[in-house]
Design a protein around this ligand. Structure first.
Ligand SMILES: Cc1ncc(COP(=O)(O)O)c(C=O)c1O
Length: 403
């Protein structure tokens, strides 16, 4: 009898090799452990940044719908809730068929479902970059590879470099992913951009995935953010949800809207419904409360818009010595470029560490988002105004002492 030595236990290779916190996080923990307060200019949780909110009873009473006491699962999500989402789009000026919607418990889950719908293991998606870092991680969890095409600052706007797309397409590329408004650049795809990408996708049998969670937050009151829900030239998946639309991330309710040529759209919806049926993840209490919550959408969004615009106005008004504001068109973030003198060895990470260690002020370094431009810092416009102004003042002093 041969004694086989057992193979050592191993986890799947899609798991990261370690979960060690990066240097900024380590430094943050150390400073907090010493009892120091941090001036946090990265806040993105809308329920914890001192915003005026609708009356709590208008949120909580909606959860008391007796319909929720019966379990009546529907794979794509309850029809009344989907009709409520269609009404939300109507208010934005778009006609949406509730049957073209599939509910999910988060936008992250929506990404995963669409990735699994479109990609075999090791297929690729093309991301407009810099962008929300979680997309890359979600792709990895789904055994998908990512390539990128650039979003560049072409004063006075950030622009998706659409002509750069063809050079990054490979035989195994299945989809192009755009976040519009983008996190963190705040760049927005125009109707003409959608036509351009859509034509390219249709010609090359690619799908288009658009994350529009920040669409309700244009920073110029006179502008609007176009939606991809009306995109019919190629198979298009529009992702959105309550975490930003109603600033209720804890509600855990999002959706996928499918548009495009009929034969593809119908099949895609059948497949998504099939997948959704395996998880049935959105919960009935939230689903049934959503139509009532939507009636208060202005009460959720108006204080946020006011804060975003106040902070952006403040940034635009200060003396831009040592940095320049790369103005966002929409969304919750603003990027600053620190103007390092020639020969400087400072990086966005070293600038953030200096600010954190000497001024106890936290901003995101650009490398978190894969910026190709050096010296980019990302600030959350959701930060309470008074903290934002103090944090920016610390930042200016920190830059002046460092450079
Ligand atoms: C661009 C973008 N998409 C999606 C999400 C997450 O949405 P959800 O909470 O619905 O998963 C975020 C969160 O900040 C985001 O920035």
């Amino acid at each position: 009898m041969s004694i086989m030595s057992p193979c050592p236990f191993r986890f799947a290779i899609r798991m990261p090799s370690d979960h060690k916190p990066n240097q900024l996080t380590q430094s943050l923990r150390h400073i907090r452990s010493q009892g120091h307060e941090i001036l946090d200019l990265t806040v993105s949780n809308p329920t914890r940044c001192g915003l005026e909110r609708p009356d709590p009873s208008s949120i909580l009473d909606a959860l008391k719908d007796t319909k929720s006491l019966t379990y009546a699962p529907v794979s794509k999500g309850d029809a009344t809730a989907r009709a409520g989402i269609a009404d939300y789009y109507l208010r934005r000026g778009y006609t949406v068929d509730p049957d073209d919607l599939v509910l999910t418990s988060s936008t992250s889950e929506a990404y995963s479902m669409v990735f699994r719908l479109l990609c075999d293991p090791y297929d690729r998606i093309l991301l407009a970059s810099p962008t929300y870092p979680l997309i890359h991680e979600l792709a990895e969890l789904n055994d998908i590879k990512t390539d990128t095409f650039p979003i560049r600052w072409i004063s006075p706007h950030w622009r998706n470099e659409l002509p750069a797309i063809p050079a990054s397409i490979r035989p195994t590329t299945r989809a192009i992913v755009c976040v519009s408004p983008n996190n963190p650049t705040g760049s927005v795809l125009s109707d003409a951009d959608y036509q351009h990408i859509s034509g390219y996708c249709a010609d090359h049998s690619l799908a288009l995935i658009v994350d529009e969670v920040f669409a309700d937050y244009p920073l110029d009151p006179s502008s609007r953010v176009p939606s991809s829900v009306s995109n019919s030239g190629c198979l298009t998946f529009t992702l959105n949800g309550l975490s930003k639309v109603l600033a209720l991330p804890q509600a855990k309710l999002s959706w996928i809207h499918v548009s495009g040529p009929d034969h593809l759209k119908v099949k895609a919806l059948e497949h998504l419904e099939h997948m959704a049926d395996h998880y049935l993840s959105p919960n009935a209490f939230t689903i049934n409360a959503m139509p009532a919550w939507f009636r208060h959408s202005a009460d959720f969004q108006t204080p946020i818009l006011r804060r975003l615009r106040n902070n952006l106005q403040y940034l635009s008004s200060i003396d831009q010595r040592g940095f320049r504001l790369l103005r966002p068109d929409a969304g919750w973030y603003a990027c600053l470029q620190v103007l390092c003198p020639p020969g400087s060895t400072q990086t966005d990470e070293s600038i953030c560490l200096h600010l954190l260690e000497n001024y106890h002020t936290l901003v995101h370094p650009g490398f978190f988002f894969d910026f190709e431009t050096p010296g980019i810092l990302v600030l959350s416009l959701l930060t309470p105004e008074e903290s934002f102004a103090r944090g920016v003042s610390n930042l200016l002093q920190s830059i002046a002492s460092l450079l």
